[in-house]
Design a protein around this ligand. Sequence first.
Ligand SMILES: Cc1ncc(COP(=O)(O)O)c(C=O)c1O
Length: 388
Amino acid sequence: MRRWASKKAERFEESVIREMTRISTLENGINLAQGFPDFEAPLPMKEAAKRAIDADINQYAITWGSELLREAVAKRTSEYNRIPASGGSNVTICCGATEAMIATMLAVLDPGDEVILFEPFYENYGPDCWISGAVPKFCRLAAPDWAIDFDELERAFGEKTRAIVINTPHNPTGKVFSRSELEHIARLCIEHDVLAITDEIYEYILYDGAEHISIGSLAGMADRTVTISGLSKTWSATGWRIGWCIAAEEISLAIRKMHDFLTVGAPAPLQEAAAAALGFGESYFASLQREYTERRNVLLEVLEETGFGVSRPQGAYYIMCDLGDLARPAETDTEFAMRLLRDGGVATVPGSSFYADPTTGNREIRFCFAKKLETLRKAAAVLRERLA
Ligand SMILES: Cc1ncc(COP(=O)(O)O)c(C=O)c1O
């Protein structure tokens, strides 16, 4: 019988994260697996979307994004990320950061090029490399503080290295890359003539005074960095599918071509609403941080109390835990996660799904706390009961 799936499609499996959400629904679980909020998006943004639909903004926007949104992204990027950007030549609006990442890789990578990924990594990056014909190379971040081993990183840079993917604040660990780490990575990029692709989707979700730094703002990096972000996390609207990337004009032109033929464009009325959201004042971002700190603390407390080995996140909205003695001796992360979820339990993501070799990370598990306090308290009660 002829096999129809391409070699590319056979290289990777369906997303474990999204699969855990499906199983959670079947098991009537509390979903702390997939990274999306169970609370509402900001009212003024929703009202702006309604106004845009009522004003009949129903047709394709300019393929690389409405001018209003590109200008709003350029302004925020210039001010917050300290990367001078123009809506005309540097910004491309995509269907989420997800599309921005694959459009970027398709735009800059040729078959056989190598891409360095920090491991553990957000699971899309592996398939993104394979779909682009590139080969991922890994550099391990070491628990519990997820430090970079710069000797290993330097060894990963070679003749074929074309790009390095940075994700700060980092999913799944909550690491926020420091200025000195980013300066070191930038030096390597310049020395080896490599592009930095940086996923900064959690850039406003920071704790305990952590500072977000964009590698694209460092000396010599503006022309060799693609900076990706979007609406999903900061504005609690993962289903709207609005994201963007900022790049030098030559790279932007290549990305815009890929984007055009992948999706034509992001949802037009929601682009209008996104432009309004980007204009929110500083108090919006301050309360986002305050509320996430409270959510993080509720989950941290119960995870520490029940015996998980916890890495305290500096950013993003996940806690990566070591299972320690909570897992039975031969129990894998996936078996543990299923035991925790069954019959109205708590859904998590098995740690192995963040590593290239699934035997790594199989004593780790990830919890998401982008949830109402009420949901987190319910989850805490279930964890206390099941793991006591
Ligand atoms: C690191 C990272 N990048 C990108 C995304 C997806 O972003 P978007 O919804 O904008 O496609 C996620 C979602 O969990 C993520 O964790």
